[in-house]
Write a new protein. Sequence first.
Length: 282
Amino acid sequence: MRIADALKMSGLPRVETEALLASLLKRDRAWIFANPEIAIDSEVAKKFKEWCDRRRHHEPIAYIIGEKEFFGRSFLVDRSVLIPRPATEGLVALALRFLETGQEEIVELDSGIVGIARKTKERCHGELVTPWHRISPFDELRVTSIVDIGTGSGCIAVTIALERPDLNIIATDISAEALKIARKNAERHGVSNRIDFRYGKNLEPLQELDEPFAIVSNPPYIPEGTKLERDVVDYEPHRALFAGPDGMDVLTILFDQAKSHPFCRGIMMECQADQTRSIDRM
């Protein structure tokens, strides 16, 4: 079988076919396009047919090939974790900006999806803040650690660890399988020694944390009963997607716990645009 034959027989959109074939051949899509007459090994051809069949049953390409690009880097994924999305890249960009400036924001990340950055307090328990300390908005935030709640694949924690090597990173999840993937991604990108992975729910793993920190999270926020594409609802982990009748179950808990934790200075989260009013009331 030639590459040209494989592209014709897949029964999938050309862009998807090229992505699957490029992954199998360990080439990029430009090479696939430029070499239609190259013969494909029989084992590769067999695997390609299997992958095409999986995709025709709506399995996401990221799960089929086992990785997804995020912030210009490749991350391992499987069905125990959400597939990283461009909206969450926007959340990371917001987090990096908030850490640098201390400026509270709500920014659109995708249609109906926003990122929100809010301060929870300007000083930590027992810390004196005098007027000359308030040199800049960043000085008011002054965190030494970032906590990624519900880390999943670890794409947020790993990216921030790479972009801000001066900060300590803690990544938590209620899924042991997700934490395995996150650890592998930390190893893949050379930051496993800088991320403290912890198993647990919401801020429970942080009860003993006694240094100023900020939370960044892409929590479940979709209202139960929301109709989603088959690629999502049939394959991605539901507990990382849905959060009660209005999607606020986890958001409410995280904000309440963030406000009550004596060392939490701020929180950056992804949510639906229509949830921000309820969040700001909190």
